[in-house]
Design a protein. Structure first.
Ligand code: NAP
Ligand code: ZN
Ligand code: ZN
Length: 353
């Protein structure tokens, strides 16, 4: 706790009901294994909003959100081997973990038994207090939790891969989604649109479920073979008991039973959305015919690098709307209205004076 710190500019929520506003935070001076990154772009995840507004009932204030970070290396510690000054680099949802438990050893740091250190609202092991995220001009992270940005990707559109990308890539890979399978993606937001792109790239037959009739054309353009407006009971009925796998990326209350019903024998519904309130499940929708319902959180560091490299090989990035940070409160209001096409990304140049 004796490290030297420097101030950087950021945007923070001071309370659950306050707008985000300029705020200066401390960043530690780079230690031997640390990388100091000048943040160029930060994606806007719905989790940022859930957390800042205390919808998960664990927020420590002030809260500086942001875990889809792309930047340039400004300084490296004496023992850093993966990066040099000037390299592009990226940071996702985690900045550390215990590194010794079975999950960490298996490359599943997100399931660290001692809990990973999240990029924001985590416990800062160096400076004390809470960690602060990417709605800021700079960050210092141990190189083990810093990703390489492959050549050839648009940098702003790469930022959302660090959460929306890995959070959909990982469960689709885990379920071994591929040719011959019928796969559903629920909700066309930041996560959902990456889910559609990955499921299509993996070779599955992809069906998008949306509550927004205005997103049907986009869904097809993004790679879905079929788009179903989920409020249309007849259209839903047609897909009864036919899916191998469905990924649910909805940010708010909704009826998961409607999607369990669409799974065939031994099919799986994986939840990645994290709404504030519990989602009731009817027992019989699981029992008949024998269905699975589980969840998935982001992905490990090695798999995140694998995902970035996959994206570079396949030309996959996020569809984004680039905003100055001064528009962040407006962007959050639009997220709540399901009005995002399909990820806001903050151009951090707007915060540098
Ligand atoms: P987002 O961009 O706001 O997208 C959410 C989408 O959900 C909306 O675009 C909308 O799609 C659908 N939706 C919203 N309200 C709905 C409602 N009342 N009923 C039905 N559908 C509704 O959010 P995101 O950034 O993709 O995040 C999605 C969720 O995943 C959030 O809860 C977030 O916290 C969580 N998350 C989890 C992880 C993880 O590790 N598991 C990682 C990141 C985020 P349509 O308009 O197409 O219906
Ligand atoms: Zn996120
Ligand atoms: Zn661990």
């Amino acid at each position: 706790m004796t490290m030297i710190a420097t101030k950087v500019q950021a945007y923070a929520a001071q309370r659950a009901d306050s707008a985000l506003a300029p705020f200066n935070i401390d960043r530690r001076e780079a230690g031997p294994s640390d990388v100091e990154i000048e943040i160029l772009y930060c994606g806007v995840c719905h989790s940022d909003l859930h957390q800042a507004r205390n919808e998960w009932h664990n927020t420590i204030y002030p809260c500086v959100p942001g875990h889809e970070i792309v930047g340039r290396v400004r300084r490296v510690g004496s023992q850093v081997t993966k990066f040099k000054v000037g390299d592009l680099s990226a940071v996702g949802c985690m900045v550390d973990s215990c590194r010794t438990c079975p999950s960490c050893r298996a490359g599943l740091e997100q399931y660290c038994l001692s809990f990973p250190t999240f990029t924001y609202n985590g416990q800062d092991k160096h400076l004390g207090g809470q960690t602060f995220g990417g709605y800021s001009t700079g960050i210092v992270v141990d190189e083990a939790f810093v990703l390489r940005v492959p050549e050839g990707l648009d940098l702003a559109a790469t930022a959302p891969l660090l959460c929306a990308g890995i959070t959909t890539y990982s469960p689709l890979r885990h379920a071994k989604v591929g040719p011959g399978q019928k796969v559903g993606i629920v909700g066309l937001g930041g996560l959902g649109h990456m889910g559609v792109k990955f499921a299509r790239a993996f070779g599955a037959h992809v069906v998008l479920f949306t509550t927004s009739p205005g997103k049907v054309a986009d869904g097809l353009k993004l790679g879905a073979h079929e788009v179903v407006v989920s409020k249309d009971a007849d259209a839903m009925q047609k897909h009864q008991s036919s899916f191998d796998f469905i990924l649910d990326a909805v940010s708010a209350q909704h009826d998961v039973n409607a999607y369990l019903n669409l799974l065939k024998l031994d099919g799986t519904l994986t939840l990645v959305g994290a709404p504030e309130h519990p989602l009731p499940v009817s027992a019989f929708n699981l029992l008949l015919p024998r269905r699975n319902f589980n969840g998935s959180a982001i992905g490990g560091i090695a798999e995140t690098q694998e995902m970035l490299d996959f994206c570079a090989r396949h030309g996959i990035v996020s569809e984004i709307e680039l905003i100055p940070i001064q528009k962040i409160n407006e962007a959050w209001e639009r997220l709540l209205k399901q009005d995002v096409r399909y990820r806001f990304v903050i151009d951090m140049a707007s915060l540098k004076s």
